[in-house]
Design a protein around this ligand. Structure first.
Ligand SMILES: Cc1cc2nc3c(=O)[nH]c(=O)nc-3n(C[C@H](O)[C@H](O)[C@H](O)COP(=O)(O)O)c2cc1C
Length: 373
């Protein structure tokens, strides 16, 4: 199930990298959940809306994940509700991520996300953001292994789908907490672990130290997913070859750039045409407006304009112009004018979407917009 694992990352790494061609289009399993490729789309608060997840699946991610959802928010449904969580037919396999520190509340939340159609319940032990850590949730739990275990045990016994845990290396720089806590979480019932080997203190600075991922792989007998700084096929293959991880997770590298997923999975490095870029962005805008409503979507989407249109794809003033526009409809109109050929592509992509009637709506589910991991 888990690909061959070198015993350590050492001076022979360079040789391994030159000689190993890892097949990223290989099926692997988390218990009975079949994952068709070895690329996983990362959960990202403020990013991983349904349109992002669906697009990720379409471009080759074998597994996608929701952004973190507050279990307290699920419990107190009268809390500020930020939207609906929709699970569409073309998202599966899908993990829904929850965060919190109370085992009972987390177990209740897990039951709800299972009912919503998640194939996996993912637990966030990686969020470094103070708003979350001060409640004892997220990365803080790496410093409280007994509670972390209790959370995983409660969640694993509440649902029949596999439970996964996503964590950082530890709270402080240089911490190796993940290597002691990780195996304990597997004992408590985690069917897979994702490691983002930065400390919580590091946030997103420095580099992910995947020698820790290799160590974790050697300590547990469940698949490990390697998260952090994977932005290309070469890097994905290097991380898989040197760590023995079952899959890589891609976050920032896929923001406004689903083509990076295709390059990783299929080796298809062709740059998208302007028409393709505009079409993906238009579809993304339309789906997001449908999910969040125009008022929330118009603000939410602004960062995506830069992500899609940058990388030399469109002139900088064009991006600046889009950000100034009031409505998403105006943005779509400008995109269609700038890349007329995109209309036909959007039409084709929309025709391929499943019927909205197939979607599962979980009313009144609050979605966290603050987060990280
Ligand atoms: C904007 C943003 C939001 C994030 N939100 C979450 C989250 O909700 N849950 C989580 O486990 N990790 C979250 N992360 C961490 C990513 O899942 C991933 O582990 C990290 O970005 C490293 O991978 P990358 O280098 O491929 O981006 C977030 C990261 C970013 C950049």
């Amino acid at each position: 199930m888990v690909a061959g694992r070198p015993s350590a990352v050492n001076s022979s790494t360079a040789t391994i990298l030159r000689s190993v061609q890892v097949n990223l289009r290989e099926t692997w399993w988390i218990r009975d959940v079949e994952i068709p490729t070895r690329v996983v789309l990362a959960p990202m608060a403020g990013v991983s809306v349904q349109a992002f997840r669906r697009q990720g699946r379409r471009f080759g991610a074998g597994l996608v994940c929701s952004e973190m959802v507050s279990c307290a928010g699920i419990e107190h449904r009268n809390e500020r509700t930020l939207g609906y969580l929709r699970v569409a037919r073309d998202e599966h396999p899908l993990a829904i991520q929850i965060f919190g520190s109370e085992p009972r509340v987390m177990a209740d939340a897990a039951r709800m996300v299972e009912a919503a159609g998640a194939d996996l319940v993912d637990i966030n032990f990686g969020c470094p953001v103070r708003k979350v850590t001060k409640t004892g949730a997220g990365a803080t739990l790496l410093d409280d292994p007994a509670r972390a275990q209790a959370v995983v045990e409660a969640v694993a016994s509440a649902v029949s789908v596999p439970v996964s845990v996503k964590m950082r290396r530890g709270l402080e720089n240089g911490s190796r907490a993940c290597l002691t806590v990780g195996p304990q979480l597997v004992e408590a019932g985690a069917a897979t672990l994702t490691l983002h080997p930065r400390s919580a203190r590091q946030m997103y600075t420095g580099e992910a130290d995947h020698s820790l991922t290799a160590e974790l792989v050697s300590l547990v007998d469940v698949p490990v997913i390697a998260s952090g700084d994977v932005i290309s096929r070469a890097k994905a293959q290097a991380v898989l070859a040197t760590t023995g991880a079952a899959a890589v997770m891609v976050g920032r590298g896929a923001q406004g750039n689903p083509w990076a997923l295709r390059e990783m999975v299929d080796g298809d490095a062709a740059a998208p045409t302007r028409e393709e870029v505009a079409a993906e962005l238009i579809l993304f805008i339309r789906e997001t407006v449908r999910e969040l409503g125009e008022r929330r979507a118009s603000g939410f989407l602004k960062k995506f304009y830069g992500w899609y249109l940058g990388r030399g794809r469109f002139p900088r003033p064009f991006k600046q112009e889009l950000v100034q526009l009031e409505t998403t409809e105006e943005v779509v109109t400008r995109l269609l004018a700038a890349a007329p050929g995109s209309a036909e592509i959007v039409e084709r992509l929309e025709a391929e979407l499943p019927d909205p009637a197939d979607e599962i709506l979980l009313d009144q589910m609050p979605i966290s917009i603050y987060g990280g991991g």
